[in-house]
Design a protein around this ligand. Structure first.
Ligand code: SF4
Ligand code: SF4
Length: 320
């Protein structure tokens, strides 16, 4: 790794396109139907059962969480909380530090097994990681409530996504996570999934993280074949996914201090925006990763780079 946290392979900028990308287009036909749980619960595998029923927006469920309930804060101990890119931006601003520092202080690297990609997890206290969340105050509850992570907002709902191979779009769905320690399910309050989502303010997270979740889903779909082109994503590719997910400053350095802007055609106004706007920068990062991993047309090569790549491919194949 370089000093600014960039994987060595990307030190000089993105790799030039080659015939492997053409191969990816061909292999895209082999993509499988995929269904995956993005966020199952805030607890680990020792939590209670997931109720395997898909819920639609208008479906009602019984649940209420409030101060004074006998299980108050139990879900914030030993919790398994995957942090999305928007969680990291918001929580780091909440703590008045940059994302890289937030990630170093408050997270530990984990793996989203379904896709085999690295994701940051919120660190719990205690030697065994089963203690309270660092942001939990025993009496006042969550001290970062306004910026609490997406997983915490969704709980006790899980978020899943399904992607059919013949459809470009994936479909989100929800399911109820019933864990024995959580007494909220015994309360009398009933609400629909839509009403709960609105109350928890998850729409903005769904929208912002869409590109990131798309990458996880698509990689999950490829996993049964061993990855795009039947190969696992390289270690450097995984590092870049983690870097885009967790460290906008390092990704910004990658964009501006390597051959990135000589390789890709980015509108001048967008270049100006990503100099200071982390949200826009991350959307560029998701688009770039989709192009690198899956050859999606989410970011365009400069015409001269494309011509060079075509010429080089022809030469390798013995054409004129
Ligand atoms: S961030 Fe807040 S809601 Fe989430 S586990 Fe920590 S204390 Fe609980
Ligand atoms: S009701 Fe469930 S979500 Fe609320 S504090 Fe208790 S365990 Fe946590």
């Amino acid at each position: 790794m370089t000093g600014d946290n960039r994987p060595d392979e990307f030190e000089d900028g993105p790799a030039a396109p080659d015939e492997a990308q053409a191969g990816r287009e061909q292999e895209a036909r082999h993509e499988r139907d995929t269904e995956a749980e993005i966020f199952e619960s805030v607890r680990g595998a020792d939590g209670g059962p997931v109720v395997p029923v898909r819920l639609k927006g208008a479906d009602p469920f019984n649940f209420s969480c409030h101060r004074g309930i006998s299980c108050w804060n139990q879900c914030c101990h030993g919790a398994d909380v995957t942090l999305t890119p928007l969680d990291i931006l918001r929580l780091s601003r909440n703590q008045n530090i940059r994302p890289a520092e937030f990630v170093a202080r408050y997270t530990a690297p984990g793996i989203w097994e379904t896709a085999g990609l690295p994701v940051p997890k919120l660190k719990m206290t205690g030697e065994d990681g089963k203690g309270a969340c660092s942001f939990l105050h025993q009496e006042n509850g969550c001290t970062v409530y306004a910026d609490r992570p997406m997983t915490c907002r969704y709980y006790p709902l899980g978020l899943g996504a399904a992607k059919m191979k013949d459809s470009p779009e994936k479909m989100n769905f929800h399911f109820l996570v019933k864990e024995s320690f959580c007494k909220g399910h015994d309360e009398s309050k009933t609400q629909t999934v839509d009403a709960f989502r609105a109350e928890q303010g998850v729409a903005v997270y769904d929208d912002f993280n869409q590109g990131w979740i798309d990458i996880l889903m698509k990689m999950a779909s490829w996993k049964t074949l061993g990855g795009p082109q039947g190969k696992d994503v390289s270690i450097q590719g995984k590092k870049m996914f983690y870097l885009v997910s967790t460290d906008p400053d390092a990704f910004r350095a990658f964009v501006f201090k390597t051959r990135f802007l000589e390789t890709y055609l980015i509108e001048p106004e967008a270049i100006e925006r990503v100099k200071s706007d982390d949200e826009t920068l991350l959307q560029l990062g998701f688009d770039w990763l989709k192009n690198v991993f899956f050859n999606e047309p989410t970011i365009a090569l400069r015409p001269e780079v494309l011509q060079q790549a075509v010429a080089a491919t022809r030469e390798r194949m013995g054409g004129s």
